[in-house]
Design a protein around this ligand. Structure first.
Ligand code: SF4
Length: 221
């Protein structure tokens, strides 16, 4: 199965999902969108009001700002894959709960395995928490780490800048560094594939990743 088919298959699984209580209040699932062969993936936290209405990620005010940030990095939305750690809206935009994050984690892992991006940008602390267990976003935003030959770049969530305008310039500066990071990551990713081969799947149907190289957590200066 190729990446596009895998992404479609994951989308279908999400559409029928009742693994956590968020399915009771959702209007639409929000699996994510973008090319299945994208070299860069953006992972936010959870769908909000407009995302729940439309079934698309980042379509509200935070989405407009994300478009601006992408433009600052010389990218267009159509070139990148955008998703969230949970695929259904928490009621009243509350924070996702631990059991919801756990229930939904497998979908995100399947998406990452299928797309196999060279760079993952985490937007906000729930997304960052998948890779960085300790550390404050205020200290490590914009500083990449490597995990399994992939570059992980923690960033603030664009919505944070809507509440705290001083974060606007911080996000713009961090996004402006992305093109250089992508070049470095693509090189690293190619080398990793040469050494370890492409990611393997335990089971092509559920798409679970078998290869899990020892994690390197080197903060770049
Ligand atoms: Fe399923 Fe994730 Fe939606 Fe929960 S949030 S119902 S686990 S798709």
């Amino acid at each position: 199965m190729g990446p596009a088919e895998k992404i479609k298959n994951i989308r279908l699984q999400i559409a029928d999902c009742t693994k956590c209580k968020l399915h009771f209040s959702r209007r639409n699932v929000v699996p994510g969108e973008g090319p299945a062969d994208s070299q860069i993936m953006f992972i936010g936290e959870a769908p909000g009001f407009y995302e729940n209405e439309q079934g698309l990620p980042f379509v509200g005010a935070a989405g407009k700002f994300l478009d601006e940030l992408l433009e600052a990095a010389g990218m267009e939305r159509e070139q990148v894959f955008i998703t969230n750690v949970v695929k259904c809206r928490p009621p009243s935009n509350r924070e996702p709960q631990e059991e919801e994050l756990d229930a939904c984690r497998d979908f995100l892992e399947q998406q990452i395995a299928a797309i196999n991006p060279a760079v993952i940008v985490t937007l906000g602390r729930y997304s960052m928490g998948n890779y960085v267990k300790k550390g404050k976003i205020s200290m490590i935003h914009g500083r990449p780490i490597t995990v399994n030959g992939r570059l992980i770049v923690p960033m603030y969530h664009p919505a944070a800048a809507l509440h705290q305008p001083s974060l606007r310039s911080v996000l713009l500066e961090d996004f402006a560094k992305l093109p250089g990071m992508i070049m470095k990551a693509e090189e690293m990713h190619e080398n990793d594939i040469k050494i370890n081969g492409p990611a393997q799947f335990d089971n092509e149907e559920d798409g679970k990743v078998k290869r899990n190289n020892a994690q390197q957590l080197n903060l770049f200066d």
